[in-house]
Design a protein around this ligand. Structure first.
Ligand SMILES: [Zn+2]
Ligand SMILES: [Zn+2]
Length: 275
């Protein structure tokens, strides 16, 4: 499996001189399982991935949305392969909001907010609303399972198993007082865990920044390590970085995390992990 990070930021894109090292695009992670193209979230990083995928037409791709907050869907109207006839894009999301995934993706492209409607995109789009715990197979050899996390309006974490290796993508979730038992089960013995580590413990507690973040549906790197250790995860990737964090802040967050879990790294745009 090959994992490529196209967008690593949470909440809102953060271009500028303070974020050039880690990048400012919102969540989008590509996971290649042999020739199968899997994409996790459609933040603004999806636009860059789409430009790259234009070299692989005709394309069949599978996009899994953790949830439909703006920072996870706002790249989709700029995903050029979805406008190209002959491509097939399968879209998946959790049954956790009041509208279906199709209604939500169409909603962000409604007049007058966007000039082109979802129904005018040229590729064949399939919409798949997933139930919690539902197992999915792509041509038999890729297995995708999910678990619900803790986030306002709901969120799904996904696990991909392929060829004896496994990757979990779990963003926008919060642990509260204990390691989330559902996520622990989903992550058990996985090779790579990509996890929401938006805050430092000081930011989460409100000792620095704009006040406490309890109940906002995000975690700290200490929560990430607790889950990684509890589930016997091999490699931890800190994801969904707070827009307030500069490159220097991110390096410090990564350094502190590595002190308590050596095989960890903060994701950066363009980073590649092979397992
Ligand atoms: Zn988010
Ligand atoms: Zn969110």
């Amino acid at each position: 499996m090959k994992i490529v990070f196209w967008g690593v930021r949470g909440s809102i894109p953060t271009p500028g001189p303070d974020t050039v090292e880690f990048g400012g695009n919102t969540s989008c992670v590509e996971v290649r399982c042999g020739q199968h193209v899997l994409i996790f979230d459609g933040g603004t990083g999806l636009r860059l991935l789409g430009n790259q995928l234009l070299k692989e037409m005709p394309l069949e791709a599978h996009i899994f949305f953790s949830h439909v907050h703006w920072d996870h869907i706002q790249g989709f109207p700029f995903f050029i392969p979805a406008f190209v006839r002959g491509n097939v894009i399968h879209l998946y999301g959790g049954l956790n909001v009041s509208r279906t995934l199709e209604e939500t993706l169409a909603g962000q492209m409604d007049f007058p907010s966007f000039p082109v409607h979802l129904t005018e995109m040229g590729a064949k789009l399939t919409f798949n609303d997933l139930a919690e715990g539902q197992e999915l197979r792509i041509e038999g050899d890729v297995r995708i399972t999910n678990a619900r996390g803790n986030h306002p309006n709901g969120v799904y974490a996904y696990r991909v198993d392929y060829n004896g290796k496994s990757v979990v993508y779990a963003t926008d979730t919060e642990h509260y007082s204990i390691v989330d038992p559902k996520l622990k089960r989903l992550c058990q013995d996985c090779d790579v865990l990509i996890y929401d580590a938006m805050y430092t413990p000081e930011e989460y507690a409100g000792q620095t920044g704009s006040g406490p973040k309890t109940g906002w549906g995000h975690s700290t790197f200490v929560d990430a390590v607790a889950l990684a250790k509890a589930a016997n995860v091999k490699k931890l990737v800190l994801h969904h970085h707070d827009p307030m964090q500069t490159d220097a802040d991110m390096r410090e967050k990564e350094r502190r995390c590595q002190q308590i879990f050596p095989n960890s790294i903060a994701d950066r745009e363009g980073m590649v992990i092979e397992v």
